[in-house]
Design a protein around this ligand. Structure first.
Ligand SMILES: Cc1cc2nc3c(=O)[nH]c(=O)nc-3n(C[C@H](O)[C@H](O)[C@H](O)COP(=O)(O)OP(=O)(O)OC[C@H]3O[C@@H](n4cnc5c(N)ncnc54)[C@H](O)[C@@H]3O)c2cc1C
Length: 418
């Protein structure tokens, strides 16, 4: 049931009007706090509009903890239990969102991310939260028991301060990394933020040939020669390297390894449904070899892969020129199958913050007082969302983290508890 504004008890400042800041402000105001939401963009929720390709995959029914990553993940489970997916759904349904379930991935039925941002903004207005938009916070501090958020020409004061400034990912939506600076100014540490859920640069020249090709693949990331992560899905090749959801999913590991001076290699199995043995059998079939009599050597792979991918597979297998069906040796076919099962790319970097959906890294969860999201060092300071050292997989997990952590920060900042 929607709670109205009760007697004002606390003055709560929320810095950052993204997903976590909006829900923190709403939760605090519903507790009866007098809330000021400070956002440097002209409107709150700008990044929300970009989410899920404009459709906003706002949570996921499958809430296994393995979809959330952190350098000290112990607090993630308790936070997600204290404001779980079911409660997130109920929260949005109450605000008017009709939920569409696409295989467990939840979206607003309108198919528009603007609906999620819209209902949050309406609730902010209904609760008479002070909207200080177009207002950049330059510095934060605490003096004589009160928090200050210093802006150009004005300083806001409050009994409690929620930092919900997000990360450095997607600067077009307002991300600046200011939150890290603010947290540090209170004595917090920051696990070095790096781009995640993004494409990866590869050094192989044949990426240019492959640009634009999409294919289903099993993607194995090897860091310093050891298997680090395995994902399956549609890989999109680009002139710079590799993209697509399975590549996004492994990118946080690649970012961190490369930043620490390690090596990264991606191996693609472009035919994961079939064993190497089976592929060899298919390529050896009389019928398939007939195709190659007079035409291009890629004809042996006709119907199996996009033409450009076939060219690269053959090139990497060292098979060039026209070949008649009978001229394929067993060794050549084995080399070709080898490439299908392990098409390898040396990863040289991840695409920058501009292209990243989130950052890995942030303020460590161990610096918080449990699910209150309150700073262990500074009473009255609360942290939420992507500013913290938690990054989720693609699929609604980053927003669920923003909703859960933001809601808890807001409730506790206002003097309530869970
Ligand atoms: C293209 C794209 C698609 C995505 N799709 C999905 C998806 O479908 N599902 C999903 O779960 N996640 C998705 N994400 C990730 C998700 O959007 C974020 O994890 C989430 O929005 C983080 O919320 P937040 O409140 O922590 O930060 P943000 O939403 O980034 O909000 C932080 C806010 O703080 C403001 N701010 C920063 N510094 C200051 C300052 N100094 N003064 C005042 N204001 C300041 C910023 O302007 C910003 O509005 C996507 C991200 C991108 C970029």
């Amino acid at each position: 049931m929607r709670t109205g504004t009760q007697k004002h008890s606390k003055n709560v400042l929320v810095v950052g009007g993204g997903a976590s800041g909006l829900i923190a402000a709403i939760a605090a105001a519903r507790q009866g706090a007098k809330v000021t939401l400070i956002e440097k963009n002209r409107q709150a929720g700008k990044k929300l509009l970009m989410t899920g390709n404009g459709r906003c995959n706002f949570t996921n029914k499958n809430q296994e903890l393995r979809y959330y990553r952190s350098s000290n993940p112990e607090l993630i489970g308790p936070v997600l239990e204290a404001f779980p997916m079911e409660e997130t759904v109920a929260f949005f349904e109450e605000l008017g969102i009709l939920v569409k379930d696409r295989g467990g991935y939840l979206y607003p039925n309108s198919g528009q991310a603007a609906s999620i941002a819209g209902v949050l903004r309406l609730e902010v207005q209904r609760l008479s939260i002070k909207e200080a938009y177009n207002t950049e916070v330059l510095a934060v501090g605490k003096q004589k028991g009160y928090f200050q958020a210093e802006c150009e020409g004005w300083t806001y004061e409050g009994d409690a301060l929620v930092l919900a400034c997000g990360s450095k990912a997607a600067p077009a939506a307002g991300a600046s990394g200011d939150g890290y600076r603010f947290a540090r100014s209170f004595g917090h540490t920051v696990v070095r933020p790096l781009p995640a859920l993004t494409g990866l640069y590869a050094s192989e020249k044949d990426c240019k040939t492959l640009a634009g090709v999409r294919t289903d693949a099993r993607v194995t990331l090897l860091t310093d020669g050891k298997v680090c992560a395995v994902e399956e899905g549609e890989v999109q090749f680009a002139s710079y390297g590799l993209s697509g959801i399975p590549v996004f999913q492994i990118s946080r590991f690649a970012s961190r390894t490369l930043d620490e001076g390690g090596t990264c290699e991606v191996r693609l199995d472009v035919c994961p449904a079939l064993t190497g043995q089976k592929l060899l059998q298919i390529l050896s079939e009389e019928n398939r070899r007939k195709h190659t009599d007079m035409r291009k050597n890629t004809d042996i792979l006709l119907g199996m892969f996009p033409e450009k991918l076939s060219q690269v597979l053959l090139g990497r297998a060292g098979i060039s020129g026209k070949k008649k069906g009978q001229e394929w040796t067993r060794e050549e076919l084995e080399r070709l199958v080898g490439q299908m099962k392990e098409l390898t790319f040396q990863i040289t970097g991840s695409r920058g913050y501009e292209q990243a959906q989130v950052c890995t890294g942030g303020v460590p969860l161990k610096e918080l007082k449990g699910i209150s999201m309150e700073s262990a060092a500074i009473p009255g300071l609360y942290l939420a969302g992507e500013l913290l050292d938690v990054d989720g997989a693609c699929g609604g997990y980053n927003l669920q983290w923003a909703w859960s952590s933001g809601y808890l920060a807001g409730i506790h900042a206002a003097g309530g508890s869970r």
